[in-house]
Design a protein around this ligand. Sequence first.
Ligand SMILES: [Zn+2]
Length: 464
Amino acid sequence: MEGALLPDLIFSGGRVRIGEALSFANGQVTGVGPAPAGAERLPRTAILPGLVSAHSHAFQRAIRGRTEHRGGHAEPSFWGWRGAMYSAAERLSPDDVVRVSRMCFLEMARTGITAVGEFHYLHRDPEGRPYSDPNLLSREVIRAAREVGLRIALLRVAYRRAGFQASEDRRQRRFIEPLEEYLTNLRGLAAAVRADPLVSVGAAPHSVRACPAPDIEAIAGEAGARGWPLHLHVAEQPAEVEQCRAEYGLTPVQLLDRVGALGERTTAVHAVHLTPDDVALLGKARATVCACPTTERDLGDGTVPADALLGAGARISLGTDSQVEIAPLGDARALEHHLRLARLERAVLDDGGEVQGLGARLYGFASAGGMRSLGIAGGALAPGEPADFVVVDLDDPSIVGAGADDLMAAVVFSMERTAVRDVYVAGEQVVQGREVRVPGVPGGAATVVREFREAMGRLWGGLR
Ligand SMILES: [Zn+2]
Protein backbone atom coordinates (compact mmCIF):
# COMPACT_ATOMS: atom_id res chain seq x y z
CA MET A 1 0.00 0.00 0.00
CA GLU A 2 1.21 3.51 -0.69
CA GLY A 3 -0.02 6.88 0.45
CA ALA A 4 0.72 10.30 1.88
CA LEU A 5 -0.84 11.65 5.08
CA LEU A 6 -0.77 15.27 6.21
CA PRO A 7 -1.33 15.69 9.97
CA ASP A 8 -0.88 18.94 11.92
CA LEU A 9 2.23 17.59 13.64
CA ILE A 10 4.65 14.74 13.02
CA PHE A 11 7.46 13.44 15.25
CA SER A 12 10.20 12.39 12.86
CA GLY A 13 13.94 12.18 13.22
CA GLY A 14 13.76 13.22 16.89
CA ARG A 15 11.77 16.45 16.52
CA VAL A 16 8.19 17.62 16.09
CA ARG A 17 7.54 19.10 12.63
CA ILE A 18 4.59 21.29 11.69
CA GLY A 19 2.61 20.90 8.47
CA GLU A 20 4.75 18.14 6.95
CA ALA A 21 3.39 15.04 5.26
CA LEU A 22 4.42 11.41 5.73
CA SER A 23 4.74 9.52 2.44
CA PHE A 24 5.09 5.76 2.26
CA ALA A 25 5.18 2.97 -0.30
CA ASN A 26 5.93 -0.76 -0.24
CA GLY A 27 5.89 -0.81 3.55
CA GLN A 28 8.51 1.89 3.96
CA VAL A 29 8.62 5.60 4.66
CA THR A 30 9.58 7.38 1.46
CA GLY A 31 9.61 10.93 2.74
CA VAL A 32 8.71 13.46 5.43
CA GLY A 33 8.28 16.99 4.11
CA PRO A 34 6.05 19.26 2.02
CA ALA A 35 2.77 17.53 1.17
CA PRO A 36 2.72 15.91 -2.29
CA ALA A 37 -0.35 16.37 -4.50
CA GLY A 38 -3.17 14.13 -3.29
CA ALA A 39 -1.91 13.83 0.30
CA GLU A 40 -4.77 13.00 2.67
CA ARG A 41 -5.30 15.80 5.16
CA LEU A 42 -5.73 14.61 8.79
CA PRO A 43 -6.78 17.70 10.73
CA ARG A 44 -6.22 17.85 14.53
CA THR A 45 -3.89 14.85 14.51
CA ALA A 46 -0.25 14.05 15.11
CA ILE A 47 1.69 11.17 13.57
CA LEU A 48 4.16 9.39 15.84
CA PRO A 49 6.45 6.39 15.32
CA GLY A 50 4.91 3.01 16.21
CA LEU A 51 5.54 1.73 19.73
CA VAL A 52 7.44 -1.49 20.45
CA SER A 53 7.01 -4.04 23.20
CA ALA A 54 10.50 -5.53 23.10
CA HIS A 55 9.72 -8.10 25.79
CA SER A 56 6.38 -9.90 25.82
CA HIS A 57 5.01 -13.21 27.09
CA ALA A 58 1.66 -13.16 25.29
CA PHE A 59 0.27 -16.25 27.04
CA GLN A 60 0.58 -14.52 30.44
CA ARG A 61 -2.45 -12.45 29.45
CA ALA A 62 -4.35 -15.54 30.66
CA ILE A 63 -3.43 -14.93 34.33
CA ARG A 64 -4.36 -11.25 34.48
CA GLY A 65 -6.33 -10.62 37.68
CA ARG A 66 -5.51 -14.03 39.17
CA THR A 67 -2.30 -13.23 41.07
CA GLU A 68 -3.05 -10.04 42.98
CA HIS A 69 -3.56 -11.66 46.37
CA ARG A 70 -1.63 -13.27 49.21
CA GLY A 71 -4.01 -16.16 49.89
CA GLY A 72 -3.94 -19.83 48.93
CA HIS A 73 -0.60 -21.35 48.00
CA ALA A 74 0.83 -18.17 46.44
CA GLU A 75 3.83 -16.71 48.27
CA PRO A 76 3.64 -12.88 48.27
CA SER A 77 6.74 -12.79 46.05
CA PHE A 78 7.88 -13.20 42.47
CA TRP A 79 8.25 -16.93 43.08
CA GLY A 80 4.62 -17.28 44.20
CA TRP A 81 3.48 -15.39 41.10
CA ARG A 82 5.57 -17.75 39.01
CA GLY A 83 3.65 -20.71 40.45
CA ALA A 84 0.37 -19.20 39.23
CA MET A 85 1.92 -18.50 35.82
CA TYR A 86 3.08 -22.13 35.55
CA SER A 87 -0.45 -23.36 36.25
CA ALA A 88 -1.57 -21.62 33.05
CA ALA A 89 1.52 -22.66 31.08
CA GLU A 90 0.90 -26.30 31.94
CA ARG A 91 -2.62 -26.37 30.55
CA LEU A 92 -2.80 -24.21 27.42
CA SER A 93 -3.58 -26.16 24.24
CA PRO A 94 -2.17 -24.94 20.92
CA ASP A 95 -5.61 -23.47 20.19
CA ASP A 96 -5.60 -21.67 23.57
CA VAL A 97 -2.13 -20.28 22.77
CA VAL A 98 -3.51 -18.76 19.57
CA ARG A 99 -6.62 -17.33 21.27
CA VAL A 100 -4.76 -15.83 24.23
CA SER A 101 -1.92 -14.46 22.08
CA ARG A 102 -4.34 -12.90 19.59
CA MET A 103 -6.20 -11.12 22.40
CA CYS A 104 -2.93 -9.84 23.80
CA PHE A 105 -1.73 -8.60 20.41
CA LEU A 106 -5.10 -6.99 19.68
CA GLU A 107 -4.83 -4.97 22.89
CA MET A 108 -1.27 -4.06 21.95
CA ALA A 109 -2.41 -2.72 18.58
CA ARG A 110 -5.08 -0.68 20.36
CA THR A 111 -2.36 1.08 22.40
CA GLY A 112 -0.21 1.94 19.37
CA ILE A 113 2.19 -1.00 19.51
CA THR A 114 3.30 -1.95 16.00
CA ALA A 115 6.07 -4.47 16.78
CA VAL A 116 6.47 -7.09 19.47
CA GLY A 117 9.44 -9.12 20.69
CA GLU A 118 7.83 -12.33 21.89
CA PHE A 119 10.07 -14.12 24.40
CA HIS A 120 8.58 -17.52 23.77
CA TYR A 121 9.33 -20.57 25.89
CA LEU A 122 6.29 -22.82 25.50
CA HIS A 123 7.62 -25.45 23.11
CA ARG A 124 6.34 -28.91 24.05
CA ASP A 125 3.01 -30.59 24.72
CA PRO A 126 1.56 -30.76 28.25
CA GLU A 127 3.36 -34.08 28.82
CA GLY A 128 6.71 -32.60 27.82
CA ARG A 129 6.91 -34.33 24.43
CA PRO A 130 7.87 -32.39 21.29
CA TYR A 131 4.96 -31.71 18.91
CA SER A 132 5.38 -33.35 15.49
CA ASP A 133 6.41 -29.85 14.37
CA PRO A 134 8.73 -28.80 17.24
CA ASN A 135 8.11 -25.14 16.29
CA LEU A 136 4.31 -25.54 16.38
CA LEU A 137 3.69 -23.13 19.28
CA SER A 138 6.24 -20.58 18.01
CA ARG A 139 4.46 -20.61 14.67
CA GLU A 140 1.04 -20.27 16.29
CA VAL A 141 2.18 -17.18 18.22
CA ILE A 142 3.60 -15.71 15.01
CA ARG A 143 0.31 -16.46 13.25
CA ALA A 144 -1.61 -14.69 16.02
CA ALA A 145 0.53 -11.56 15.66
CA ARG A 146 0.25 -11.54 11.89
CA GLU A 147 -3.53 -12.03 11.96
CA VAL A 148 -3.80 -8.92 14.11
CA GLY A 149 -1.31 -7.18 11.81
CA LEU A 150 1.68 -6.69 14.11
CA ARG A 151 5.35 -7.03 13.21
CA ILE A 152 6.90 -9.78 15.36
CA ALA A 153 10.36 -10.93 16.35
CA LEU A 154 9.99 -14.42 17.83
CA LEU A 155 12.71 -14.66 20.46
CA ARG A 156 12.85 -18.43 20.79
CA VAL A 157 13.84 -19.31 24.33
CA ALA A 158 16.37 -21.91 25.42
CA TYR A 159 15.30 -23.32 28.77
CA ARG A 160 17.74 -25.96 29.87
CA ARG A 161 17.23 -26.65 33.58
CA ALA A 162 15.14 -25.75 36.62
CA GLY A 163 17.82 -23.62 38.23
CA PHE A 164 21.22 -23.36 39.88
CA GLN A 165 22.04 -26.91 41.08
CA ALA A 166 18.28 -27.47 41.25
CA SER A 167 16.52 -30.77 40.59
CA GLU A 168 14.03 -31.13 37.78
CA ASP A 169 10.75 -29.18 38.10
CA ARG A 170 7.91 -31.00 36.37
CA ARG A 171 6.07 -27.72 35.80
CA GLN A 172 8.80 -26.68 33.34
CA ARG A 173 8.47 -29.78 31.14
CA ARG A 174 6.95 -27.78 28.28
CA PHE A 175 9.93 -25.39 28.17
CA ILE A 176 13.00 -27.64 28.25
CA GLU A 177 14.84 -28.79 25.09
CA PRO A 178 18.36 -30.27 24.72
CA LEU A 179 20.82 -27.69 23.37
CA GLU A 180 21.32 -29.22 19.92
CA GLU A 181 17.58 -29.68 19.48
CA TYR A 182 17.02 -26.06 20.49
CA LEU A 183 19.54 -24.77 17.95
CA THR A 184 18.14 -26.99 15.20
CA ASN A 185 14.62 -25.78 15.93
CA LEU A 186 15.65 -22.12 15.95
CA ARG A 187 17.47 -22.51 12.63
CA GLY A 188 14.38 -24.24 11.23
CA LEU A 189 12.13 -21.44 12.43
CA ALA A 190 14.42 -18.78 10.94
CA ALA A 191 14.24 -20.53 7.57
CA ALA A 192 10.46 -20.97 7.79
CA VAL A 193 9.70 -17.29 8.44
CA ARG A 194 12.06 -15.86 5.84
CA ALA A 195 9.27 -15.23 3.32
CA ASP A 196 7.43 -12.73 5.57
CA PRO A 197 9.32 -9.43 5.93
CA LEU A 198 7.31 -8.64 9.07
CA VAL A 199 8.58 -11.71 10.93
CA SER A 200 12.06 -12.30 12.29
CA VAL A 201 13.67 -14.44 14.98
CA GLY A 202 16.12 -14.03 17.81
CA ALA A 203 17.95 -16.29 20.26
CA ALA A 204 16.99 -16.15 23.90
CA PRO A 205 18.75 -18.17 26.57
CA HIS A 206 16.10 -17.77 29.31
CA SER A 207 18.42 -16.61 32.12
CA VAL A 208 21.66 -17.59 33.85
CA ARG A 209 19.45 -19.60 36.20
CA ALA A 210 17.76 -21.68 33.48
CA CYS A 211 20.73 -21.93 31.07
CA PRO A 212 24.19 -23.15 32.15
CA ALA A 213 27.15 -21.00 31.08
CA PRO A 214 28.45 -23.31 28.27
CA ASP A 215 24.99 -23.29 26.67
CA ILE A 216 24.74 -19.50 26.82
CA GLU A 217 28.17 -19.34 25.19
CA ALA A 218 27.11 -21.69 22.37
CA ILE A 219 23.83 -19.84 21.73
CA ALA A 220 25.52 -16.43 21.81
CA GLY A 221 28.08 -17.73 19.29
CA GLU A 222 25.33 -18.92 16.94
CA ALA A 223 23.41 -15.64 17.31
CA GLY A 224 26.57 -13.65 16.56
CA ALA A 225 27.33 -15.71 13.45
CA ARG A 226 23.79 -15.33 12.11
CA GLY A 227 23.18 -11.72 13.10
CA TRP A 228 20.30 -12.60 15.41
CA PRO A 229 19.47 -10.45 18.44
CA LEU A 230 20.27 -12.14 21.76
CA HIS A 231 17.82 -11.61 24.63
CA LEU A 232 18.08 -12.88 28.21
CA HIS A 233 16.37 -12.23 31.54
CA VAL A 234 19.13 -10.72 33.71
CA ALA A 235 19.20 -9.91 37.45
CA GLU A 236 15.43 -9.59 37.90
CA GLN A 237 15.48 -10.91 41.48
CA PRO A 238 18.14 -10.75 44.25
CA ALA A 239 17.97 -14.55 44.70
CA GLU A 240 19.08 -15.07 41.08
CA VAL A 241 22.14 -12.87 41.62
CA GLU A 242 23.06 -14.61 44.92
CA GLN A 243 22.72 -18.08 43.40
CA CYS A 244 24.76 -17.08 40.35
CA ARG A 245 27.54 -15.83 42.63
CA ALA A 246 27.40 -19.12 44.56
CA GLU A 247 27.66 -21.25 41.40
CA TYR A 248 30.13 -19.19 39.36
CA GLY A 249 31.63 -16.58 41.72
CA LEU A 250 30.31 -13.95 39.30
CA THR A 251 27.22 -11.77 38.93
CA PRO A 252 24.92 -12.64 36.01
CA VAL A 253 26.27 -9.71 33.97
CA GLN A 254 29.88 -10.68 34.69
CA LEU A 255 29.06 -14.23 33.64
CA LEU A 256 27.59 -13.01 30.33
CA ASP A 257 30.70 -10.95 29.74
CA ARG A 258 32.90 -13.97 30.53
CA VAL A 259 31.15 -16.20 27.95
CA GLY A 260 31.10 -13.57 25.19
CA ALA A 261 27.37 -12.88 25.41
CA LEU A 262 27.53 -9.09 25.91
CA GLY A 263 27.50 -6.98 22.77
CA GLU A 264 25.50 -4.44 20.78
CA ARG A 265 22.94 -7.09 19.79
CA THR A 266 22.44 -8.20 23.39
CA THR A 267 19.34 -7.18 25.34
CA ALA A 268 19.41 -7.73 29.09
CA VAL A 269 15.77 -7.84 30.18
CA HIS A 270 15.05 -6.26 33.59
CA ALA A 271 18.67 -5.69 34.76
CA VAL A 272 17.34 -4.43 38.10
CA HIS A 273 19.87 -5.73 40.63
CA LEU A 274 23.19 -4.50 39.25
CA THR A 275 26.58 -3.66 40.76
CA PRO A 276 28.52 -0.61 39.49
CA ASP A 277 30.76 -3.09 37.63
CA ASP A 278 27.68 -4.64 35.94
CA VAL A 279 26.51 -1.19 34.81
CA ALA A 280 29.96 -0.43 33.38
CA LEU A 281 30.05 -3.77 31.50
CA LEU A 282 26.60 -3.25 29.94
CA GLY A 283 27.56 0.30 28.97
CA LYS A 284 30.91 -0.66 27.46
CA ALA A 285 29.22 -3.34 25.37
CA ARG A 286 26.59 -0.81 24.13
CA ALA A 287 24.05 -3.44 25.11
CA THR A 288 20.35 -2.70 25.47
CA VAL A 289 18.54 -3.04 28.77
CA CYS A 290 14.84 -3.80 28.30
CA ALA A 291 12.98 -2.34 31.25
CA CYS A 292 9.44 -3.55 31.97
CA PRO A 293 8.44 -1.17 34.77
CA THR A 294 4.70 -1.89 34.96
CA THR A 295 5.52 -5.59 35.38
CA GLU A 296 8.55 -4.98 37.61
CA ARG A 297 6.46 -3.03 40.09
CA ASP A 298 3.62 -5.59 39.91
CA LEU A 299 6.06 -8.39 40.74
CA GLY A 300 8.00 -6.46 43.36
CA ASP A 301 11.22 -6.79 41.31
CA GLY A 302 12.70 -3.33 41.91
CA THR A 303 13.70 -0.28 39.85
CA VAL A 304 15.87 -0.34 36.72
CA PRO A 305 18.81 2.06 37.27
CA ALA A 306 18.29 3.62 33.85
CA ASP A 307 20.14 6.84 34.80
CA ALA A 308 23.34 4.96 35.61
CA LEU A 309 22.96 2.65 32.60
CA LEU A 310 22.48 5.50 30.12
CA GLY A 311 25.38 7.36 31.69
CA ALA A 312 27.59 4.32 31.11
CA GLY A 313 26.57 4.01 27.42
CA ALA A 314 23.87 1.34 27.53
CA ARG A 315 20.64 1.69 25.51
CA ILE A 316 17.09 1.30 26.78
CA SER A 317 14.03 -0.45 25.36
CA LEU A 318 10.70 -1.22 27.01
CA GLY A 319 8.47 -4.28 27.29
CA THR A 320 4.96 -5.14 28.44
CA ASP A 321 6.30 -8.48 29.74
CA SER A 322 3.59 -10.09 31.95
CA GLN A 323 0.78 -8.02 30.33
CA VAL A 324 -0.53 -6.97 33.75
CA GLU A 325 -1.04 -3.70 31.88
CA ILE A 326 -0.54 -3.23 28.15
CA ALA A 327 0.52 0.37 28.29
CA PRO A 328 3.72 1.12 26.41
CA LEU A 329 3.66 4.79 27.34
CA GLY A 330 2.82 3.73 30.90
CA ASP A 331 6.11 1.82 30.86
CA ALA A 332 7.97 4.84 29.45
CA ARG A 333 6.66 7.16 32.16
CA ALA A 334 7.08 4.56 34.93
CA LEU A 335 10.76 4.19 34.04
CA GLU A 336 11.16 7.87 34.93
CA HIS A 337 8.60 7.96 37.78
CA HIS A 338 10.20 5.05 39.66
CA LEU A 339 13.54 6.87 39.55
CA ARG A 340 11.88 10.04 40.89
CA LEU A 341 10.60 8.07 43.89
CA ALA A 342 13.98 6.42 44.44
CA ARG A 343 16.12 9.56 43.95
CA LEU A 344 13.67 12.16 45.40
CA GLU A 345 14.21 14.30 42.27
CA ARG A 346 12.27 15.24 39.15
CA ALA A 347 13.17 14.77 35.46
CA VAL A 348 15.91 12.26 36.38
CA LEU A 349 16.44 11.03 32.80
CA ASP A 350 16.36 14.48 31.16
CA ASP A 351 19.70 15.14 29.47
CA GLY A 352 19.05 18.44 27.70
CA GLY A 353 16.73 20.62 29.76
CA GLU A 354 14.28 21.51 26.96
CA VAL A 355 10.52 21.49 27.60
CA GLN A 356 9.91 18.18 25.85
CA GLY A 357 13.42 16.75 25.66
CA LEU A 358 12.62 14.14 28.31
CA GLY A 359 9.32 13.20 26.63
CA ALA A 360 11.06 12.75 23.29
CA ARG A 361 13.82 10.70 24.91
CA LEU A 362 11.39 8.39 26.71
CA TYR A 363 9.30 8.02 23.53
CA GLY A 364 12.50 7.02 21.74
CA PHE A 365 13.07 4.19 24.24
CA ALA A 366 9.53 2.95 23.49
CA SER A 367 9.96 3.15 19.70
CA ALA A 368 13.45 3.27 18.12
CA GLY A 369 15.00 1.68 21.22
CA GLY A 370 12.66 -1.29 20.89
CA MET A 371 13.30 -1.75 17.16
CA ARG A 372 17.05 -1.70 17.75
CA SER A 373 16.66 -4.25 20.55
CA LEU A 374 14.83 -6.58 18.12
CA GLY A 375 17.42 -6.11 15.39
CA ILE A 376 15.05 -4.16 13.11
CA ALA A 377 16.04 -0.83 11.60
CA GLY A 378 13.58 1.97 12.26
CA GLY A 379 11.44 3.63 14.87
CA ALA A 380 12.11 7.25 13.89
CA LEU A 381 9.97 7.65 10.72
CA ALA A 382 12.95 8.48 8.52
CA PRO A 383 12.97 7.60 4.80
CA GLY A 384 13.84 3.96 4.22
CA GLU A 385 12.50 2.87 7.61
CA PRO A 386 9.40 0.71 8.10
CA ALA A 387 6.13 2.66 7.74
CA ASP A 388 5.02 1.73 11.28
CA PHE A 389 3.19 4.66 12.85
CA VAL A 390 0.34 5.91 15.01
CA VAL A 391 -2.17 8.68 14.25
CA VAL A 392 -3.05 10.46 17.48
CA ASP A 393 -6.17 12.59 18.08
CA LEU A 394 -4.96 15.99 19.29
CA ASP A 395 -8.45 16.75 20.66
CA ASP A 396 -8.45 13.75 23.01
CA PRO A 397 -9.11 15.07 26.54
CA SER A 398 -5.79 13.66 27.79
CA ILE A 399 -3.62 15.78 25.46
CA VAL A 400 -5.80 18.52 23.98
CA GLY A 401 -3.99 21.85 24.00
CA ALA A 402 -0.55 20.36 23.32
CA GLY A 403 1.49 22.12 20.65
CA ALA A 404 4.68 21.45 18.75
CA ASP A 405 6.81 22.55 21.71
CA ASP A 406 5.29 20.26 24.35
CA LEU A 407 3.62 17.45 22.37
CA MET A 408 6.04 14.66 23.26
CA ALA A 409 6.03 15.42 26.99
CA ALA A 410 2.21 15.53 26.95
CA VAL A 411 2.06 12.25 25.02
CA VAL A 412 4.49 10.34 27.25
CA PHE A 413 3.33 11.63 30.62
CA SER A 414 -0.42 12.05 30.08
CA MET A 415 -1.82 10.47 26.91
CA GLU A 416 -4.51 7.79 27.27
CA ARG A 417 -5.04 5.02 24.73
CA THR A 418 -8.30 6.72 23.73
CA ALA A 419 -6.13 9.19 21.78
CA VAL A 420 -4.79 6.42 19.51
CA ARG A 421 -7.00 6.77 16.44
CA ASP A 422 -5.25 4.84 13.67
CA VAL A 423 -2.27 2.48 13.59
CA TYR A 424 -0.29 1.43 10.53
CA VAL A 425 2.23 -1.41 10.23
CA ALA A 426 4.36 -1.52 7.07
CA GLY A 427 1.91 0.97 5.56
CA GLU A 428 -1.12 -1.27 6.19
CA GLN A 429 -3.86 0.06 8.44
CA VAL A 430 -4.22 -2.19 11.50
CA VAL A 431 -6.35 0.14 13.66
CA GLN A 432 -8.93 2.35 11.99
CA GLY A 433 -10.92 4.88 14.01
CA ARG A 434 -9.98 3.14 17.30
CA GLU A 435 -11.13 -0.28 16.02
CA VAL A 436 -8.61 -3.07 15.48
CA ARG A 437 -9.49 -4.45 12.06
CA VAL A 438 -8.06 -8.03 12.31
CA PRO A 439 -8.66 -8.69 8.61
CA GLY A 440 -7.25 -12.22 8.95
CA VAL A 441 -10.03 -13.43 11.27
CA PRO A 442 -13.67 -13.77 10.13
CA GLY A 443 -15.74 -11.51 12.38
CA GLY A 444 -12.68 -9.43 13.26
CA ALA A 445 -12.07 -8.11 16.76
CA ALA A 446 -15.41 -9.40 18.09
CA THR A 447 -14.35 -12.96 17.26
CA VAL A 448 -10.96 -12.49 18.93
CA VAL A 449 -12.63 -11.23 22.12
CA ARG A 450 -15.24 -13.99 22.21
CA GLU A 451 -12.77 -16.80 21.54
CA PHE A 452 -10.46 -15.48 24.26
CA ARG A 453 -13.32 -15.30 26.75
CA GLU A 454 -14.26 -18.91 25.92
CA ALA A 455 -10.66 -20.02 26.42
CA MET A 456 -10.57 -18.32 29.82
CA GLY A 457 -13.79 -20.12 30.78
CA ARG A 458 -12.21 -23.48 29.91
CA LEU A 459 -9.03 -22.60 31.84
CA TRP A 460 -10.52 -21.15 35.01
CA GLY A 461 -14.21 -22.18 34.99
CA GLY A 462 -17.08 -19.97 36.08
CA LEU A 463 -19.14 -17.55 34.05
CA ARG A 464 -17.02 -15.22 31.88
ZN1 LIG B 1 10.01 -11.94 30.95
